[in-house]
Every structure is written in C-alpha cells, then in structure tokens.
Design a protein around this ligand. Structure first.
Ligand SMILES: CC(=O)N[C@H]1[C@@H](OP(=O)(O)OP(=O)(O)OC[C@H]2O[C@@H](n3ccc(=O)[nH]c3=O)[C@H](O)[C@@H]2O)O[C@H](CO)[C@@H](O)[C@@H]1O
Length: 363
C-alpha cells in the first residue's frame, strides 16, 4: 500500500532542513512513499525543497508584522485563504499523515488536517515552543522534541525525545578534508575557519569578521565566509584582496563540505546549527542571535558552553572579542581537542530515522 505524507512549514533553514531530513528518512524506510511539501509562497522553502528533489505547494500566508501594523490589514483574509487552500490540498492529495515543522505554512495545514481527522505530528526544533505549535500540539498525535522540559508547552504523553534531525549527507558524509578544502579552492597546509550566520546570515558576525580579514590572511589562515544575501556584495568586495585565503558565499549548499573543511567553526546558535555541529564534532565559537524568541539561541549555546562543548561571544561583544577568541583558539590545540570531544558526545545522528518511524507509527 502506498503511503502519502505532507510535510508543512518553512520560512528559514532551521525549519526547512529538518523537514528535508525527515523526508529523506521516510523514503529510506518506505521507498514508494509519496511526499508533498507545503510552504509559504516567496519563502526559502520554495527554492530549497525542489532542489532536494521534492514537490512543494505554496500557501499565500505571512506572519503578524510587528514593525508595521498596517501591513496586517490583509492578514485575516490571507489566513482564511490559506486555510481554504490547505483544505483543497488535503482533498486532492489525500495524505495518511501531516507533519508540521514550524513556520508559516504549518498552522493552516495541520489545523485543517486535525479538523479532518488526519493524524498529525509536530517536530519542534527549539527549547521554546511558539504559540501556533502550542495550539497544534493539543490535537497532534505525537510531538518530537530535542530539549528537556518541553512538557511546559505540550501534553507530556505526546512527547517523544528524538533530537533534531540532521540531513544524512551531513551525518554520514564520506567527503575527506582534502576534497572539501579543494572544493572551496583552499589549501590543506593552512588552518581553516568556517563562519556561518544561520540560514539568513548574521550581521554581527559579518561586521566582526570584516576588519579581521587582513590579519587572517597575514597569519596564513583560511576563511570560508557565509554572509547571507544582504551582506554578500560588501563582503565580496572586502575580501577581494585576499582571495587565495578568503572565500565568500551568500549561502552554502554543501554544508557537509564546509564543516569538513573547518578546523574551527564560528556560528549562530540556531537549533539545527547546533544539532549539526554536535554530529560533525567541531570546535565552535557561538554568537547567539539575541532577539530570537525568549533569547533561545543563548540558551541553546549555553547548554553546550556549560558542558565545555563550545565557546560563546555575546552579539554585542563580537567587535571587541572576535579576533582574540578565534586566533587564540586556533593556537590552542588542547582546547580545540577538548571542545571537539565534548561536543561530539551530544549528537543525535539517527534523529531523522527515529522521527520517520514515529511518522509511520501514527498512520
Ligand atoms: C533568527 C532566528 O530566529 N533563527 C531561528 C532559525 O534559525 P536558522 O534558520 O538560521 O536555523 P538553524 O541555524 O537552526 O539552521 C540552519 C540550517 O540551514 C542550513 N544552512 C545554513 C547556512 C547555509 O549557508 N547553508 C545551509 O544549508 C544549516 O545546515 C542548517 O540546517 O530556526 C532555528 C530552528 O527553528 C532557530 O533555532 C533559530 O533561532
């Protein structure tokens, strides 16, 4: 019997890539499964999901705009329209289950599925659950989580601790460090930093790195610098004099290569970034985004820092501290090894398969 599953949500990489990891694991378990993604028109999933080989439907939905409340005039209409569209998708695709990964499209899809008696599962990436997931959690069959204490947000009997799902091309990457460095046009006889500001790039990391470029190149260190779209042109121009040492990207499609190439990673502390770094076992300096809901990136990072599994620089201290912290870490082999060994104990490399099994169980 062919099974059909809808995976709904997106908005940023932290929702999209776990969704793709779950889809790949479902395919591994039941190769003839039919999977449809549902995202929000104009958002990153509309590009990344087809790149991963899955079909996606877009709902015209947006979140509440806090900075300009007049932009919310059409919101009730958009919600109504997307709920209607979600119902139509359910009727035509006839899924056996609907998985919500958070982000705009999750609510209309899971809400419609729950009203129509179709089993739903939520994958919550963060240690803090937003309003919509809390509402959806009441009627979901299962809620897969990655942090302790999630019974504050969800009914305890539905919780399954799985960890966050890391794409298997990262968790099972066979690429060598040499090949990875070569891919980026870098050399094997120099130390390499990989700087990544989450799926959208990070202003403070970018502005902290820019004045350090000359020092990095002078010290014969290499940098793979993921900037996000907004800072890309500025970074590209700033790095132009050092192009043999510094490679700039707005987005990296081969994260397994970037992780493998790195001796040290400089990263935001989004939940998926953390899950991946634990699996690839790298010494990391975290710069949590301080304005994420309930400052959850700082709690994510501190959870590791308290276990000596990572270093942290506060967002507003990046300019003052970044050079010092990065360069002294690269010179301190003992600390690099300690961080690497401690972060490696925290990974859940099979979370994708565990969650996929949970999805099949609710069908
Ligand atoms: C500002 C904000 O609110 N960010 C949230 C968002 O982060 P964000 O979308 O940045 O998500 P994460 O850092 O958790 O994950 C980023 C994902 O994008 C991938 N990637 C990233 C950069 C790149 O160039 N290429 C690439 O493939 C990573 O491999 C990873 O799979 O969702 C996370 C998970 O819900 C939350 O914990 C974060 O707090």
């Amino acid at each position: 019997m062919q099974r059909k599953v809808i995976i709904a949500g997106g908005g940023t990489g932290g929702h999209i890539f776990p969704a793709i990891a779950i889809a790949n694991a479902l395919k591994k378990l039941t190769p003839n499964i039919d999977i449809l993604f549902v995202g929000a028109t104009g958002k990153m999933e509309m590009e990344k999901v087809p790149q991963a080989g899955y079909p996606i439907e877009g709902l015209e939905i947006a979140g509440f705009n806090r900075s300009n409340i007049f932009k919310n005039i059409l919101l009730p209409f958009k919600i109504w329209k997307s709920l209607r569209r979600a119902k139509a998708i359910l009727q035509s695709f006839q899924p056996d289950a609907v998985v919500g990964v958070g982000g705009y499209a999750s609510f209309p899809m899971l809400n419609s599925a729950q009203k129509n008696g179709i089993p739903t599962l939520i994958q919550e990436q963060n240690s803090f659950a937003g309003k919509t997931n809390k509402i959806l959690g009441k009627k979901a069959k299962k809620i897969c989580v990655a942090y302790d204490g999630m019974d504050k947000f969800f009914p305890a009997d539905k919780l399954v601790f799985t960890g966050n799902p890391v794409r298997s091309n990262i968790s099972q990457s066979a690429v060598t460090k040499e090949d990875a460095l070569q891919h980026f046009g870098l050399r094997t006889d120099r130390q390499t930093i990989f700087a990544v500001g989450g799926s959208l790039g990070a202003k403070s990391i970018n502005e902290g790195l820019q004045p350090l470029l000359k020092t990095i190149a002078d010290k014969n260190i290499q940098l793979i610098w993921q900037t996000g779209k907004l800072y890309y042109e500025t970074a590209k121009a700033a790095a132009a004099p050092y192009e043999s040492h510094i490679k700039v990207y707005d987005f990296i499609n081969v994260m397994d290569f970037a992780y493998k190439a790195a001796d040290v990673v400089l990263s935001r502390a989004g939940a998926l970034a953390i899950a991946e770094l634990c699996v690839v076992k790298k010494p990391v300096v975290f710069v949590p985004y301080p304005f994420a809901a309930e400052d959850h990136q700082t709690s994510n990072a501190m959870n590791l820092v308290n276990k000596h599994a990572g270093l942290i620089i506060k967002d507003d201290e990046v300019k003052a501290q970044l050079g010092n912290v990065l360069l002294s870490l690269l010179q301190n082999r003992a600390l690099m090894e300690q961080l690497e060994s401690n972060i490696g104990k925290l990974g859940n490399p099979n979370a994708d398969m565990v969650i996929a099994n949970q999805v099949l169980e609710i069908i």
